[in-house]
Design a protein around this ligand. Structure first.
Ligand code: GMT
Length: 378
């Protein structure tokens, strides 16, 4: 197939999923065209089946808000027509699904029928999409898509609950490249970070409010009060400097490290014992899946789709959002020497259920169904 992928080319989960999907589809022989405003971070190599088309928004004094959606629409029209795409797959509803709808209408006037598949990733529904500023457009463009997928059953439930969506939503969970995300031998790194054999806790996120990084610090303090432990924080975002201040106030700053936006997150996960995900909202929890693939169990909340990944008492534990004492208790239980090996093994085994090779064909099926449904209307 000749596939167009539209996504946010950032460090965020939706961009990562879109990019990894495109790479996997290219490996499977499809031609994949990325249409975004900058080169996706994980797309920095040559592959004969991968193409990148940059969306350029011209500056003009009249534009207080540059009309990205229009430039994106025009680029989609251009690429669908000239590269003869079979399907357009847009990740994150806002504004990609509505831009795709407009592109589809323009192409129809040129005698081209392009099927559109929209993947809902989370905050496009749970946070931003619900806002009255966007809701009518989100509802309409989801209903106008020829295929709709969501990354968890919980996100599908929430979409039906808050939006007048009539379309069938197919759940296709996040997936993982088990070759890249596996426990690697990095004992020198571990010795440098935890020279006294301390337990290593880790958190990776975009440091936004929904991640509740404050709870990460408080859980860590609770654990460190009982056993020797260190904390690694990967990523960056709006709450980072507030968290640095809080770490000093809690007097745990000497036992933790803010590592910033690391590309090779699997190296940090390889030396870690426990992943903390106290999120308030999490449609799936790709960061937890990456940890589990590296044999790191997860202490998480029951937010959104996390329980569809993390199995309480098996691959980690689940607590109520904000219940820091419970998460401290659970962390200490998992980290106990008699429990940790079985949690680690179970985390990896669970991650294997989300192997890229198992999940990517489900997107191919979805494209095929969308292509057939549009052909049937011709
Ligand atoms: O985690 C984030 O805040 C980034 C966000 C995004 O849209 O890039 O991630 C969302 O999509 C990921 C990939 O499908 C999911 O694994 C994350 O759980 C989801 N984040 C939230 O729902 C908060």
């Amino acid at each position: 197939m000749n596939i167009g992928i539209v996504c946010y080319p950032t460090f965020g989960g939706s961009g990562v999923v879109a990019t990894e999907l495109g790479k996997a589809l290219a490996q499977r022989g499809h031609r994949v065209h990325f249409i975004t405003y900058s080169q996706p971070v994980r797309l920095d190599f040559f592959n004969e089946n991968l193409f990148y088309h940059e969306v350029y928004v011209p500056a003009y004094p009249l534009f207080q808000f540059p009309p990205y959606e229009l430039a994106l629409t025009s680029k989609m029209v251009d690429i669908v027509q000239n590269e003869k795409l079979d399907v357009l797959h847009v990740h994150y509803a806002i504004p990609h699904a509505s831009a795709a709808f407009m592109a589809k209408q323009i192409l129809r006037t040129r005698g081209i029928l392009i099927p559109v598949v929209t993947t809902l990733h989370g905050t496009d529904i749970t946070l931003v999409g619900k806002d009255a500023s966007f809701e009518p457009v989100v509802t309409f463009s989801i209903n106008q898509s020829d295929g709709v997928t969501s990354v968890s059953a919980d996100l599908r439930r929430e979409t039906y609950e808050y939006f007048a969506v009539e379309k069938d939503i197919t759940v296709i969970p996040n997936f993982i490249d088990l070759q890249r995300f596996r426990k690697q031998e990095k004992s020198h790194f571990r010795a440098a970070i935890a020279p006294e054999g301390e337990k290593l806790l880790v958190h990776t996120s975009n440091f936004r409010t929904v991640k509740r990084v404050e709870d990460v610090l408080r859980i860590f303090c609770g654990v460190r009060a009982e056993i020797p432990a260190k904390l690694l924080l990967v990523g960056d975002g709006p709450d980072r400097s507030r968290m640095e201040k809080l770490a000093r106030e809690l007097d745990c700053h000497r036992d933790l490290r803010f590592l910033g936006k690391l590309e090779a997150v699997e190296e940090v996960l390889s030396v870690s014992d426990l992943f903390l995900m106290p999120s308030e909202n999490e449609s799936f929890g790709l960061a937890a899946l990456e940890a589990m693939a590296c044999e790191v169990p997860v202490v998480s909340t029951n937010a959104g789709g996390i329980p569809e990944l993390n199995v309480h008492g098996v691959t980690g534990t689940i607590s109520e959002i904000g219940d820091v004492p419970d998460m401290v208790k659970n962390a200490l239980y998992i980290l106990a020497d008699e429990n940790l090996p079985r949690f680690k093994a179970a985390a990896r085994a669970r991650a294997e259920e989300f192997a890229l090779e198992k999940i990517v064909p489900r997107y191919e099926d979805c494209y095929q169904r969308a292509i057939e449904s549009v052909a049937a209307t011709a």
